[in-house]
Design a protein around this ligand. Structure first.
Ligand code: HEC
Ligand code: HEC
Length: 210
């Protein structure tokens, strides 16, 4: 007669065998499959490479410093406008939350979508500057300074690398750069190319340009 205790013993030891024993019975891994044996996950896209990383940042930097992005990432407390990034007219200011001050709220004039016509405001449901606490200034930054700032979670709104990649790929304010108001130019790379270079900068080791 097999009693409860014995049954339990058989069950447990079978479980242990399935969990651990079977791994000893697998044939040894085929050596030739490890093309990149020194790197985790064998993912060649994530191999650190300072030359490629820095080069990719310099490509992304061209977009980050274009008027479509700079105009919302100014060094002062007023947004900027146009191809020459002049100070926003009507005395518009950042305000603590980035959404404007007093009666001059961004959303008074910036609608959820671009208002058609020359000189009309571009639109987005969350059109605003970064907040007072983390201004995320791009204007006037060298590539090295900007790269360091983007990586600093105290200055980038608490973003890790994955969140940064997600932001530049999917955020609708970033995408707004490629849907500018009538008559304004596009950033120098396509959105897809920009996102690719930005990701490559991080994947290859997030090196700071010299
Ligand atoms: C009184 C209306 C008004 C308010 C308030 C306002 N804007 Fe504007 N904004 C405009 C108009 C109009 C334009 C387009 C001007 C042009 O193209 O000549 C514009 C353009 C801009 C641009 C330039 C876009 C580009 O691609 O170059 C930015 C950036 C901007 N506004 C940010 C803001 C932010 C941020 C706020 C709130 C802090 C704000 N604006 C509040 C009317 C306003
Ligand atoms: C309408 C204003 C606006 C425009 C236009 C804009 N941004 Fe931003 N950007 C913001 C705000 C607001 C935040 C903060 C939001 C957050 O942290 O989620 C931000 C955050 C960022 C961040 C996060 C990290 C950091 O430290 O700055 C990046 C990267 C960024 N923007 C890139 C861009 C790029 C690239 C463009 C142009 C293609 C652009 N932005 C255009 C308003 C804007």
């Amino acid at each position: 007669m097999i009693n409860r205790k014995k049954w339990l013993g058989i069950l447990v030891s079978t479980g242990v065998f399935i969990a651990f024993g079977s791994s000893f019975m697998r044939p040894p891994k085929e050596k030739h499959k490890n093309v990149y044996p020194r790197f985790k996950n064998n993912n060649p896209n994530k191999v650190r490479d300072s030359v490629i990383s820095k080069k990719s940042f310099l490509q992304a930097y061209k977009v980050l410093m274009s008027p479509r992005c700079i105009n919302c990432h100014p060094s002062g407390n007023a947004p900027l406008q146009g191809e020459d990034s002049h100070i926003h007219t009507q005395g518009v200011l950042r305000g603590q939350d980035g959404k404007g001050m007093y009666a001059l709220k961004c959303s008074n004039c910036h609608q959820p979508k671009n208002t058609p016509g020359p000189g009309m405001p571009p639109g987005n449901p969350k059109w605003q500057l970064p907040p007072e606490s983390t201004k995320m200034v791009f204007q006037g930054k060298t590539p090295r300074q900007l790269a360091a700032q983007l990586l600093n979670s105290k200055e980038n709104g608490g973003k890790n690398k994955a969140a940064l990649i997600d932001h530049v790929t999917n955020d609708t304010l970033v995408a707004a750069g490629w849907h500018p108001a009538q008559g304004l130019t596009l950033p120098p790379l396509s959105h897809a190319e920009f996102a690719k270079q930005f990701k490559q900068w991080l994947d290859k080791g997030a090196y700071l340009p010299d």
